[in-house]
Design a binder for this molecule. Structure first.
Ligand code: OAD
Length: 277
């Protein structure tokens, strides 16, 4: 056991970024807010925008039991978090840069916007812990569709239904043939890859960057506690997380923080400007 050190500085981080070979990134909604997608728990986040639904807990909009009772509630608000097409942020571009430098061990993202994939993060390097809008499935026949096929329904707040199952409508079952984005709702299991890779990744990573997340939702919230104490743990976030133990907290907008780091790391660390299609 090595006691936590409070002497880790930004210079240590710059030098660790240069030498690291297996960086683990744990990311959340804050890495996409610069694109206009709200996060969940900030003052103007999604959950604050749901007061009109009069839910005891706004997280219920992502609850599987609630969805099975009335999928219309989720589809009345899903447009608020629908990812913009063909856009990603400076921070996504920074993760891609780490991948290009062969330094990215894995990006554990809680984001459902699928923008990491759009920025070019390879499937093998990416764990979408809470699934994503990238695909969608029929709850009845389990047929899988490309996510964008239901984007128009989402924009118009309609419940999308599978054309095969639609023919055999059973009025009694409200979710018969309903298509749901492959987002992991509360009450559903995280992807198997998450559980398969987590332990070896935590053991073998040499630097952990936690970016744009409040670390409020398990099991992602506990990932950093599984990392050996000798591995530096860095927070890059708009708000501090005083209850959690980091070697260094860089408080600010994550796009600005990584731009600052990149400027101090040298020419080969220039973050390619996000290119949109
Ligand atoms: P939260 O909304 O809980 O936290 C987002 C964090 O990002 C906050 O601490 C903000 O301070 C920070 N933040 C916002 N904008 C930022 C910026 N530009 N730069 C840096 N930091 C910024 O979102 P998550 O932690 O991602 O589950 O939430 C985790 C899960 O809770 C989500 O995956 C979602 C939700 O219920 C599902 O969708 C199933």
């Amino acid at each position: 056991y090595q006691a936590p050190t409070n002497t880790y500085t930004i210079d240590n981080l710059l030098s660790d970024l240069k030498s690291a070979k297996r960086i683990m990134i744990v990311s959340g909604a804050g890495i996409s807010t610069s694109l206009g997608i709200p996060d969940f728990r900030s003052f103007k986040g999604l959950y604050a925008q749901l007061e009109h639904l009069n839910l005891k807990d706004p997280q219920k909009v992502f609850d599987m039991q609630a969805f099975q009772k009335d999928p219309g509630v989720f589809y009345s608000i899903a447009h608020l978090v629908l990812p913009p097409e063909g856009k990603y942020s400076m921070l996504h571009s920074f993760i891609k840069l780490l991948q290009d430098k062969d330094k990215l061990l894995r990006n554990y993202t809680q984001n459902i916007d699928n923008l990491e994939a759009r920025a070019g993060i390879e499937p093998e390097k990416l764990i979408q812990c809470h699934g994503s809008f990238g695909s969608a499935s029929c709850l009845t026949c389990r047929n899988r569709f490309a996510g964008h096929k239901i984007f128009d329904h989402i924009r118009h707040q309609h419940v999308p239904r599978c054309s095969t199952c639609w023919k055999t409508v059973q009025e009694a079952v409200i979710t018969h043939g309903v298509i749901k984005p492959d987002i992991t709702f509360f009450g559903e299991d995280l992807p198997k890859r998450f559980y398969g890779l987590l332990e070896p990744d935590c053991k073998s990573c040499d630097l952990v960057l936690v970016i744009g997340t409040s670390l409020k939702v398990e099991p992602v919230a506990s990932i950093i506690d599984k990392v050996p104490r000798k591995t530096p743990r860095i927070l890059i976030n708009k708000d501090p997380l005083p209850d959690r133990d980091f070697d260094l907290s860089l408080i600010g907008y994550c796009d600005d923080v990584v731009s600052y780091l990149s400027q101090h790391l040298g020419e080969s660390w220039k973050i390619p400007h996000p290119s949109y299609d």
